[in-house]
Write a protein that binds this ligand. Sequence first.
Ligand code: HEC
Ligand code: HEC
Length: 287
Amino acid sequence: MWEKKPILLLVLATAAIMVGTTVTMIVPFMSVNTDADKIASVKPYTPIQQEGRDLYIREGCNNCHTQTVRPLVSEVLRYGEYSKSGEFVYDRPFLWGSKRTGPDLARVGGKYPDAWHYKHMDSPRAMIPGSNMPDYGWYKKNPLDPKMIQRKMEVLGFPYTTEQISALADKNEMDAIVAYLQKLGSDIPWRKAAKTTIVGELKNPFVGNKSAIEAGEELFENNCEACHGENLEGGIGPELTDIDMDDSDLYQIIYNGIDDGGMPAFGSLGTNKVWQLVNFLKSGDSD
Ligand code: HEC
Ligand code: HEC
């Protein structure tokens, strides 16, 4: 039999492996980074973003974070629009990663205001009490080196201006990482498209329900306190005492967030939890 003919076995085994390779690698790669893939709104990294990207690699952020949202319902609900190959044309090397100790970052750009990132990078536990992400406050002590960054831009063939390069002189590594994070996934206008338009009237299912208010208070501690303060007194976001708004307007703000205002969307918590938050905020009881 052919098992006893080493040469024939070698040829057949190689052929079998080649079929697999062709189907799973060569064919898909033919359609990667072709013109059909290009997205006009995807722009190369600016000098400060590129520097942030190199810091991301240097610090091994990719060992804890992925940068690709798979086309699965659960991922799209949690992170946003799934990743398109055309969004990665300027990534050299790509940072898709494979380990999610922390959340995926492919759509983090524009999710939070800059101030949130500065505080979170400085001390993740100040914003998310249970976080095991290391502190990167020392980034602030390291100034950027404009000459080095200019050379990187030349090597990569990315456009830059002399103003962009000279502006780096009074920036530090913290500024660079935040600039990079804010670029991630924000080249395509997916946030607006992801908004749910609410048809018909919204009805608060928990009016006067005490346990819904308590549940809302706990949700507030875990999701909102970092920006709106322990006693709703405000911080990165505005104070939320005496909310004078319809239940349904409040619901929509929490569900969809506020574009360009830095208020993230919390629709992924699900309808019930968003209503519990509405009831907590309307209860005027922050202790
Ligand atoms: C040991 C693993 C680990 C490392 C290393 C790490 N992170 Fe994280 N990161 C986490 C975890 C866990 C969270 C979720 C809790 C939190 O927000 O702090 C997180 C959250 C984040 C978030 C918020 C994401 C969101 O959608 O809320 C950002 C942004 C982030 N990390 C950036 C970075 C950057 C930049 C680096 C490298 C300089 C880094 N992380 C390194 C574990 C890590
Ligand atoms: C990353 C910081 C951040 C987090 C986390 C956050 N918010 Fe906000 N929020 C903001 C900012 C900034 C604004 C102001 C946006 C604007 O008006 O443009 C805002 C505005 C609001 C408003 C509108 C206030 C008004 O008077 O118009 C409400 C209501 C609100 N947030 C509720 C919440 C709730 C509930 C949560 C938790 C589920 C939450 N926010 C989490 C930053 C945050």
